[in-house]
Design a protein around this ligand. Structure first.
Ligand code: GZL
Length: 307
């Protein structure tokens, strides 16, 4: 039995192996697929028993999964909250059951930080700033208004809120940058294409697209080509994640800049789970390393890209 948190009420009982309940967002993007693969592989490598649920991007399914993990008396619960709000009730249930919680990838906006032991993931605001800085460098000499279309991630999610905030912080320093269209594409390729088609019909001239993830950017490329325009030339594109398909598009000159968001959180997550299960103190926030790719960097990275 592994003493979870400071009490010993948590835990799946028997033996010294750890049981981890992981409530994943869904399978909406290439990033998510890579993230799930990393978590599953790292659990196997760490000898941690993994109970895994796919919420199909629905908060109620994640809440159900967390409740099920509590019923099953897992040692630790980890999850990537599909949206920032609405978690206090179920996380208080986990707290009362003395089962420690680890947030991975996405954060929650609850002021009660005792509801989780740590957050492991990226600084999404900085990812937005990186995208904004690229736009201001790329269009620094442009005369007149630079017209920007924005494909936002899932409404209410931390990456969507923070990437929007970081980007706006940087471009907001110069009135020539104007967001002429901004709408959620829910982080999927299909929705990204659909919304970009609508932008192309209604938003007038677009100089640059800022997509909160690669899948929406790849969908938008199809829409841009469908409108007889050249992605990466007629409309510049900056996106976030760094999945292989996007790096290929960058190498082909269809996406101009890709800000990396690292999905390979598995090994670090399992280290944190072991510490938390043993009742050890862990940092409240653990950020992952990430970079960004222009065309040259994308060409260089492609041969060894794992996802
Ligand atoms: C970011 C992650 C986002 C990715 C999308 O850490 O939550 O969700 O950027 C994914 O591709 O759908």
């Amino acid at each position: 039995m592994v003493a979870a948190g400071c009490g010993s009420a948590g835990g799946s009982g028997g033996g010294d192996s750890i049981t981890l309940g992981f409530a994943q967002v869904g399978a909406e993007s290439g990033w998510r697929t890579a993230n799930t693969k990393s978590v599953r592989q790292a659990a196997r490598d760490a000898g941690i028993e993994l109970k895994f649920s796919d919420a199909q991007q629905k908060q109620e399914n994640q809440i159900k999964a967390i409740r099920s993990f509590i019923q099953q008396r897992v040692d630790v619960i980890a999850f990537s909250p599909v949206v920032e709000s609405g978690w206090d009730t179920v996380l208080k249930e986990a707290q009362r059951a003395d089962i420690p919680v680890v947030l991975t990838d996405r954060a929650i906006d609850s002021p009660d930080t005792s509801l989780y032991e740590t957050f492991l993931g990226s600084d999404f605001v900085e990812e937005g700033r990186k995208a904004g800085r690229w736009v201001t460098e790329e269009f620094g000499d442009a005369e007149g208004t630079v017209r920007i279309a924005e494909l936002q991630g899932t409404t209410g999610s931390a990456p969507a809120n923070d990437r929007k905030q970081g980007f706006a912080e940087v471009i907001g320093n110069d009135a020539k940058y104007k967001i002429v269209a901004s709408q959620t594409g829910d982080f999927t390729r299909a929705k990204g294409k659909e919304v970009m088609e609508a932008f192309l019909k209604s938003a007038g001239e677009i100089d640059v697209l800022y997509a909160h993830n690669d899948d929406m950017a790849l969908g938008a490329i199809e829409a841009i080509e469908g409108a007889g325009l050249k992605p990466g030339e007629d409309i510049k594109i900056v996106s976030v994640d760094g999945v292989k398909d996007a790096l290929q598009a960058a190498a082909d000159g269809e996406i101009n800049y890709v800000v990396e968001c690292n999905p390979l959180l598995g090994p670090q997550l399992m280290d944190l789970v072991k510490k938390v299960a043993a009742g050890e103190q862990v940092p409240k926030r653990v950020e992952v390393e990430e970079t960004a790719f222009d065309q040259q960097a994308a060409e260089k990275a492609l041969p060894d890209r794992k996802y």
